[in-house]
Design a protein around this ligand. Structure first.
Ligand SMILES: [Zn+2]
Length: 409
C-alpha cells in the first residue's frame, strides 16, 4: 500500500484546463482546479494524464524469437512456418521468460491493459497458455492481461485443437480467437468458433483477411454470424488488410455493414506493412486498413502492436504512441482531429473494447499514466514517452525526462 498523493496540474480531458487530483486508498478521491493537501505531490506541469495505453492485440508467446526463427522471404506463410517449427521447443519457462521481457518493456511505455493472443494446438499444447496465465498473475501489480486463446494452425484441419481450446477456456482463458485463413475449411472454422464463444459466453477476436486479394473475403461470414448469434459489440477482426485495397463505394458498404453488425476493427500497422505486398517488386501497396474512415462512421477501431521481434515483425519497443503515429503516417493523417482519433485508438477505444472504463473521475481506480504532451494530437505527433504510471494508486514505473548539460551551467 502507499499513502495519499496529490497530482498537481494534469490535463485529464484533451483540450481542457489542468486540474489537481487527490489519490487515496487506490482510488481517485477528488478532482478540482486546486486541492489543499499535505500529501506528497507529483507535479504534472500541464501534461496529459490518461488511464493508460491499452494494447488490444499482442502475441507474448511468440515474441523475441529472431534468433530461433528465420523468415527471409518476409511472407505470412514463411512466418507461420518458422514459428510453427520453433514452437516444438517452446516450454512454459521459455514462453514465460520472453513474455516477461515484453511486459516489462510495455509497462515502462505506459501500457496497463493488454489482450494477448495465445496459440493453442497439438504442437505446443497448453504450455503457452500456462505461461501466460502465470504472467497474468505475476504482473497484476502493473497491468491487466486478458487472455485470448486461438488456433493459429487451424481448427477443423487439426484434430485435438478444439479439445485443448476447451481446456483453456475452462481454466482461465478470457476469450476465444480464430484464424480461418489457415484452416482447410475457413467458413466452418468461423461457424465453430462462434458456436464455442456462445457456449462459453466469451467474446471473439479473429485474425482475418490478411492479404490484398479483393476477389474473396471471410469478413462477410463473420458479419453474418455476429448478427445470427446476436453478438454485436463482442466480435473483433484483426488485420483485414484487404480493406486497404477497396475503392470508395465497396469500402463504404463494408463500413456500414461492420457498424450495423457491431464488429470492431483492429489494425496492426507494423505487421501489416512488413508482410503484405511481398509479391510486388515495385509500387508496393501499404496494406493497412483505413481505420480512421471506419472510426469516423462509428465502428470501434483499435491500433495495436501484434508481434515483437519475431518473423512476423522484426521490430518493436511496445510504444503504443509509436503505433498510433505509424498508423497516422501511413494513413496520411495530419489534422489535429485525426491525430486525436489515432490516439483514442490506443487508449479509449481498446479500453472500451476490453470492457474497461477509460474515464478518469472521482471514485475510479487510480490506474494513471502521465504524458509530457499538452494534447492527444501532440502525443501522437511526437511519439510521447510517458513520465510515470501508477496502478491502483501505487507507482508502477517512472521514466524521468531527459536532461541536457550545456556548458557554463
Ligand atoms: Zn495476431
Amino acid at each position: 500500500m502507499s499513502g495519499p498523493r496529490v497530482i498537481r496540474q494534469a490535463r485529464i480531458v484533451d483540450g481542457a484546463d489542468p486540474v489537481d487530483l487527490l489519490v487515496a486508498e487506490g482510488r481517485i478521491a477528488a478532482i478540482a482546479p486546486r486541492i489543499d493537501s499535505d500529501a506528497p505531490a507529483l507535479e504534472a506541469r500541464g501534461g496529459r494524464l490518461i488511464r493508460g495505453f491499452a494494447d488490444s492485440h499482442l502475441h507474448l508467446d511468440k515474441a523475441c524469437l529472431l534468433e530461433r526463427a528465420a523468415n527471409p522471404a518476409g511472407t505470412l506463410p514463411g512466418a507461420i512456418a518458422a514459428v510453427s517449427a520453433a514452437k516444438r521447443d517452446f516450454t512454459k519457462a521459455d514462453v514465460y521468460a520472453r513474455g516477461a521481457q515484453v511486459l516489462e518493456t510495455a509497462i515502462a511505455q505506459g501500457t496497463n491493459l493488454i489482450r494477448t493472443q495465445v496459440e493453442i494446438d497439438p504442437i505446443v499444447g497448453l504450455a503457452g497458455f500456462h505461461a501466460v496465465r502465470q504472467l497474468k498473475a505475476d504482473f497484476a501489480w502493473a497491468l491487466e492481461l486478458q487472455i485470448c486463446v486461438f488456433p493459429q494452425e487451424g481448427l477443423l484441419n487439426l484434430p485435438g485443437t478444439e479439445a485443448l481450446l476447451r481446456d483453456a477456456l475452462n481454466d482461465g482463458a478470457d476469450l476465444l480467437g480464430g484464424c480461418p485463413y489457415t484452416d482447410s475449411d475457413p467458413i466452418g472454422h468461423i461457424a465453430r468458433v462462434f458456436d464455442m464463444a456462445r457456449e462459453f459466453g466469451v467474446d471473439l477476436d479473429l485474425h482475418l483477411d490478411f492479404d490484398l486479394d479483393t476477389s474473396w473475403r471471410h469478413l462477410d461470414a463473420v458479419i453474418r454470424q455476429t448478427e445470427a448469434h446476436g453478438m454485436g459489440g463482442r466480435v473483433t477482426v484483426g488485420h483485414v488488410t484487404k480493406l486497404s485495397m477497396l475503392p470508395p463505394e465497396p469500402l463504404a458498404r463494408t463500413i456500414t455493414a461492420m457498424r450495423d453488425a457491431g464488429v470492431a476493427l483492429t489494425v496492426l500497422p507494423a505487421t501489416d506493412l512488413f508482410m503484405t505486398g511481398r509479391d510486388r517488386d515495385h509500387a508496393v501497396p501499404r496494406g493497412v486498413a483505413p481505420a480512421h474512415l471506419f472510426d469516423r462512421a462509428g465502428v470501434c477501431c483499435t491500433v495495436a502492436t501484434n508481434n515483437v521481434l519475431n518473423p512476423f515483425t522484426p521490430y518493436g519497443d511496445l510504444s503504443l504512441p509509436r503505433m498510433a503515429n505509424l498508423f497516422a503516417n501511413v494513413a496520411q493523417l495530419g489534422a489535429a482531429e485525426d491525430l486525436s482519433r489515432s490516439f483514442r485508438m490506443v487508449t479509449e477505444a481498446p479500453r472500451r473494447l476490453l470492457g474497461r472504463d477509460p474515464v478518469i473521475a472521482p471514485g475510479t481506480v487510480a490506474d494513471l499514466v502521465l504524458l509530457p504532451s499538452e494534447s492527444d494530437a501532440m502525443a501522437v505527433a511526437e511519439i510521447a514517452r510517458p513520465l510515470w504510471g501508477m496502478k491502483a494508486g501505487r507507482l508502477s514505473f517512472e521514466r524521468p525526462a531527459e536532461r541536457l548539460f550545456p556548458p557554463g551551467q
